[in-house]
Design a protein around this ligand. Structure first.
Ligand SMILES: Nc1ncnc2c1ncn2[C@@H]1O[C@H](COP(=O)(O)OP(=O)(O)OP(=O)(O)O)[C@@H](O)[C@H]1O
Ligand SMILES: CC(C)(CO)[C@@H](O)C(=O)[O-]
Ligand code: BAL
Length: 282
């Protein structure tokens, strides 16, 4: 039986473990999550293991990245089974604070963003990235890991965190890892648990539409036609589309010169009460 990770509930406790590791000259990796762990998260942990001697996985459903109308209350919370999965991978530490530890009464500081945080998710979840950037900066400052792992599934989030780490000169390398998918193409996501059996079938349309549109764009360069067809296919399959767009893969700005810019297609769409996001290189 692998040893269970030590669960730290406070920043002070976590810092004390980290300072012991630092004294021993060990490299530290961090994997920030909101729990309800799936194989996508576990790949981030495995990748952290290749780069660090000690791994901290944070599990914190961060209230500041949810609007009052969103699913903070119903977000899956499965700490016991999450910790068992992390034990299997030999993770040394879990940081699972409560909301009061992260945002005590009187807490008044948030990170404000521009650059890659403009548009896309921000158009539909205006509160979202300042909540994410604030909590990620607090997590990174709590442990100052050498490396922190994020999934490309949340591509704009990865770009925002990279920019923030660069701008604030955080001493942590931000590593992005490819999206882990189900056999039928659906990107793994904790929120997939909200899908009914029928919605789960329809959900594959999002990755299929994106691959089809990407092939069409590579073939004839007509992004607008391919994206309009993709939006129509998603709508016909029962989605309410927030966006399906092509952007510069590095800046997330609109594409000006399609032949000579790195390209990323990004999508967000609702199926019933579940909002799915996805993205692929084009
Ligand atoms: N399918 C996946 N492949 C790779 N990384 C992933 C995948 N799903 C989530 N991650 C990454 O895991 C980290 C924690 O994400 P989070 O806990 O929000 O899980 P999630 O499945 O994305 O949940 P949600 O459904 O709330 O978006 C993030 O860096 C995220 O990009
Ligand atoms: C990075 C993160 C853990 C911050 O709460 C969250 O946005 C997530 O799980 O992607
Ligand atoms: N995976 C991103 C977290 C969120 O959507 O709230």
């Amino acid at each position: 039986m692998p040893a269970s990770p030590i669960i730290h509930r406070t920043v002070d406790d976590l810092r004390s473990a980290v300072s012991d590791w630092r004294r021993d000259g060990l490299r530290i990796g961090m994997v920030p999550t909101m729990g309800a762990l799936h194989s996508g998260h576990l790949e981030l942990v495995r990748a952290a293991r290749e780069r660090a001697d000690r791994i901290i996985v944070s599990i914190f459903v961060n209230p500041t990245q949810f609007a009052p109308t969103e699913d903070f209350g119903s977000y899956p919370r499965t700490e016991t089974s999450d910790v068992a999965k992390l034990a299997e991978l030999g993770v040394e530490a879990v940081f699972a604070p409560n909301a009061n530890e992260m945002y005590p009464t009187g807490y008044s500081t948030t990170v404000s963003l521009a650059g890659p945080a403009i548009g896309l998710e921000t158009d539909f979840r205006p509160h979202f990235f300042s909540g994410v950037a604030t909590v990620v900066s607090k997590l990174l400052i709590a442990a100052f890991p050498d490396v922190a792992m994020f999934g490309e599934k949340d591509y704009q989030q990865l770009m925002v965190v990279r920019q923030m780490a660069r701008d604030l000169r955080l001493p942590t390398e931000i590593v992005g890892l490819p999206t882990i998918r189900e056999a039928d193409g659906l990107a793994l996501s904790s929120r997939n648990a909200y899908l009914s059996a029928e919605e789960r079938q329809a959900a594959t349309t999002i990755s299929r539409v994106m691959r089809h549109a990407a092939d069409a764009i590579r073939a004839d360069g007509d992004a607008e036609a391919a994206l309009a067809e993709g939006r129509a296919t998603l709508t016909a399959a029962g989605f309410r589309v927030d966006y399906l767009v092509l952007r510069n893969a590095e800046t997330l700005a609109e594409i000006v010169d399609i032949a000579n810019e790195p390209r990323r297609m990004l999508a967000a769409a609702w199926l019933g009460k579940t909002r799915l996001i996805d993205n692929i290189a084009v």
